[in-house]
Write a protein that binds this ligand. Structure first.
Ligand code: PLP
Length: 449
């Protein structure tokens, strides 16, 4: 039965009078429109009072859960101590955070702090251009690295706009935004994930400063790198003299304290982080080898890369990040073991449910992040999903789950996120409701679950 969403609708209409489209991040626009009011642990409540088990997690940011008590305590203390934004010189807090971070992510010798993940990727690309003296960059079809001119394109494209699979070669820049200069687009080469030949093809033709990619494509579900792919990129970067940038804004801290790079063992030149690092507070981080990060040194006039921002390392965010990193690294909480256990339980349960029906499916998962595809194999890249995933069914499945109080973002092949606050009971309830939803969606049942 559809939930009542009258207040959500009224709120959108009211806000539309002053905010174009009614939302402040176009990525938040959803169909159906649901406006949320509060969140605690694994649950969220909308403005109509409906309760959901949440797998959206603020676009994967609240990895510890909504309003984690340790993060809340740190933030509230900072307000009480009257230590909110002095705005001149360094602070003890940012130093403490940086030290903790560099200890957590071994490939990061030094770091800089921004307010968003987009700023972090912006700066990483700028450093790569300063270091190499080259302007061209490579990005992934199906990857998302933020909203700025270099990367705002080619996430969930229409196949009519980008054409069928090409390899070796590149896809047209499928802009997510008007206002990106044509000259700028000509510097950006879009290729498919897991395709080393296209990297060769582009680097032979253009002076490439960097390749920036999510080491797992998590903006189109969970698309894992094939064996040898990331290693191949590393080798090519060394041979051709471009920088390898891992955008770990989504994968970082969610899969391991050291990022996905600590799992795959490939060392990037630079990495970007955000989201889970501050558990819902706004922070981006760019970090990596000292030789590159030192381009940010203020006094180094020749090739200095500018970083600035009134709110960079805002004290409320920074204490939230310190509390988050402490909790993530604490043996007392054992965060990664907990989410892996729940992830496995969810994956096995979903496999058991769907294997009872005559429908292709594939449950992709990395730790706490998962996605159910309606196709018969693990996806290798965007084109694979665009061609094979049953997106109409995917959307219907998500809508029905939302009606039952399980919130996954209502867009096909968007990733789901388990948090540390989820419990076995949450997963059990999710599976029971999923089984009921799936039974209602299918008419042809092959065998009992
Ligand atoms: C992989 C990745 N990089 C960068 C960004 C941009 O981060 P932000 O939204 O904080 O600007 C996102 C946001 O979803 C992301 O998923």
């Amino acid at each position: 039965m559809s939930k009542i969403r009258k207040r959500s609708q009224t709120l959108l209409e009211k806000n539309q009078q002053w905010i174009p489209g009614g939302v402040v991040s176009l990525n938040r626009k959803s169909d159906p429109n649901i406006c949320f009011k509060s969140g605690r642990g694994s649950r969220v409540w909308d403005v109509d009072g409906n309760e959901y088990i949440d797998y959206q997690a603020g676009f994967a940011a609240t990895f510890l859960g909504h309003n984690d008590p340790d993060v809340d305590t740190a933030v509230l203390k900072t307000i009480k101590d009257q230590a909110v934004l002095m705005g001149a010189g360094p602070t003890e807090l940012e130093g403490e955070f940086a030290q903790l971070f560099c200890k957590s992510v071994p490939t990061v010798d030094k770091l800089q702090i921004t307010t968003t993940g987009s700023e972090a990727t912006y700066h990483a690309i700028r450093i790569a251009r300063a270091v190499t003296g080259r302007d061209h960059i490579i990005i992934m079809q199906g990857g998302y690295n933020g909203w700025h001119n270099d990367v705002a394109g080619n996430v969930i494209s229409n196949l009519q706009d980008v054409g069928p699979r090409v390899s070796p070669g590149a896809y047209p820049f499928d802009a997510l935004s008007a206002g990106i200069p044509e000259q700028h687009k000509s510097l950006v080469h879009v290729i498919n994930f897991n395709d080393l030949e296209s990297v060769q093809y582009i680097t032979k033709r253009f002076p490439v400063a960097c390749i920036i990619l999510e080491p797992i494509l998590q903006n189109i579900g969970i698309v894992k790198p094939k064996k040898g792919y990331l290693e191949g990129l590393r080798k090519m970067a060394d041979e051709k003299g471009f920088l390898l940038i891992f955008d770990e804004v989504k994968t970082g801290f969610r899969h391991a304290l050291g990022g996905f790079q600590s799992i795959c063992g490939v060392v990037p030149d630079l990495s970007t982080f955000g989201k889970a690092v501050a558990n819902g507070y706004p922070m981006g981080v760019i970090g990596g080898k000292a030789a590159y990060m030192d381009y940010f040194i203020h006094e180094q006039k020749e090739k200095r890369v500018l970083i600035a921002g009134t709110f960079n390392a805002h004290p409320l965010t920074t204490v939230a990040a310190i509390a988050t990193l402490k909790k993530l690294s604490s043996p007392q909480f054992n965060v990664y073991a907990h989410v892996e256990r729940l992830g496995k339980m969810l994956e096995e349960g979903l496999n058991a449910i769907f294997s009872g029906y005559d429908k292709s499916f594939y449950v992709a998962r990395q730790g706490s992040a998962y996605c159910v595809y309606f196709m018969d194999h693990a996806p290798v890249d965007f084109h694979d999903i665009a061609v094979h995933n049953d997106s109409a069914f995917d959307k219907a499945y998500r809508l029905k789950l939302i009606d039952e109080g399980i919130f996954n973002f209502p867009l096909p092949f968007k990733q789901g996120s388990i948090s540390f606050a989820h419990t076995e009971k949450d997963i059990q309830e999710t599976l029971e409701k999923t089984a009921a939803v799936v039974a209602a969606l299918f008419s042809k049942r092959l065998q009992p679950i």
